[in-house]
Design a protein around this ligand. Structure first.
Ligand code: HEM
Length: 352
């Protein structure tokens, strides 16, 4: 039974949420369009949670049943094909909006103090979202997913010292088997959602606490503001409705394929490629010579990618001088080189 104190606490919480919403404002300037991408990522994450729960009603996580259960979803369950296709398309769109969000906050320097932890929690979310993609890909237990997971976990395994234990931890043994599927299922529906919920909670709470940043390039100029409720939120809503339209169109016109059931004893298919968001790394590793000095080229490449990924966490602690022309030049150049590198390698990986 509710006590009077509970009742008072609830009213207070409601009042403060309403107060925050009433006070929240969004700066209006020529870069304001980028403020929509965080909200869009959040919306697509919600689509993932809802469609993922629906898929769970029929999905069976074992090497014997997984493929057949997804086949059943695609052919027998009413609108099952639509839910599965939306889940898969939305996962890909979410990774795309996440990259746009990350690069836009990078170029707008939204990580300057006091937003360092907002950035750090964002980088952690980037890794969680990529792990969502990698673990989800195996779940239908089809041929492509099986071999992509074999290659992906092998790549993790070549890192000196920690590689082998990581490979065994991911696979649940030496090979990709039913044990790997059970593990990936556990990561995908329990560990990652729990971690993402905590991180998104922290990320969004920090955004409320600090308000939206105004890019330092506009410092000293008068900046107009728009009320978040209802003006900006209604604009967000239009974007989300458009996203539903795009997802429905993609799912209806290009239903997500299932392919053939995985056969661990069959040879790997020719020209196997990872999902598009891993393609730039995969393509780069292909270009590296077998030996660089006394080191293995592939191992060096993988270590370099891991190093750059870790560097992302420290960006706000290295560049924390708003207005420094030297830093602006260095960090803009680094961002542009990284962006071009990812784009070019992804395109080459896609067309070759
Ligand atoms: C699941 C992933 C993510 C979600 C759901 C999310 C959500 C959001 C939302 C709703 C906002 C406020 C609106 C906006 O600025 O667009 C925001 C702001 C922000 N995000 Fe994210 N985000 C995610 C990932 C990331 C990543 C990968 C980074 C960077 C590495 C990042 C860094 C930031 C920063 C620095 C802000 C503050 C922007 C400002 O004050 O101008 N976020 N995020």
């Amino acid at each position: 039974m509710k006590t009077f104190t509970n009742w008072v606490d609830e009213r207070l919480a409601l009042t403060s949420a309403a107060e925050i919403a009433k006070k929240k404002e969004v700066p209006l300037h020529r870069h304001s369009i980028w403020y929509y991408f965080g909200g869009m990522t959040l919306f697509l994450f919600t689509v993932q949670v809802v469609t993922g729960i629906l898929l769970l009603l029929y999905y069976r996580p074992s090497a014997e049943n997984a493929f057949e259960s997804v086949q059943f979803i695609m052919t027998e369950v009413k609108f099952g094909w639509l839910i599965r296709s939306i889940h898969s398309w939305s996962a890909n769109l979410m990774i795309a909006t996440l990259f746009i969000h990350m690069f836009s906050v990078f170029f707008l320097r939204a990580y300057y103090p006091p937003r360092e932890i907002t950035w750090v929690s964002g980088v952690a979310l980037l890794f969680v979202v990529i792990c969502f993609g990698f673990s989800g890909y195996l779940l239908p237990w089809n041929k492509l997913a099986f071999f992509a997971t074999k290659v992906g976990t092998e790549i993790a395994g070549v890192v000196p010292i920690v590689g082998r234990p990581i490979l065994r931890f991911l696979r649940g043994g030496d090979d990709v088997t039913g044990a790997t599927l059970t593990r990936f299922f556990g990561f995908h529906v329990a560990v990652l959602p729990a971690t993402a919920t905590v991180l998104i909670g922290l990320h969004v709470m920090l955004v409320q606490l600090h308000g939206m940043s105004v890019p330092p390039s506009l410092a000293g100029q008068p900046v107009k503001k728009m009320k978040f409720v209802p003006n900006f939120l209604l604009r967000d809503l239009i974007g989300w409705i458009l996203a539903i339209g795009v997802l429905a169109a993609l799912a209806a016109l290009f239903p997500w394929e299932l392919g053939e059931k995985a056969d661990p004893f069959a040879p790997a298919p020719e020209g196997i490629k990872p999902e598009w968001y891993f393609l730039f790394m995969f393509q780069t590793l292909k270009y590296l010579p077998a030996k660089i000095g006394m080191f293995d080229g592939e191992v060096l490449g993988i270590m370099a990618f891991n190093f750059v990924a870790l560097l992302l966490f420290v960006v706000p602690f290295v560049d924390k001088a708003p207005g420094s022309r030297r830093n602006t030049l260095i960090f803009n150049s680094l961002g542009i080189v990284a962006l071009l590198f990812i784009l070019v390698m992804t395109i080459i990986g896609y067309v070759t």
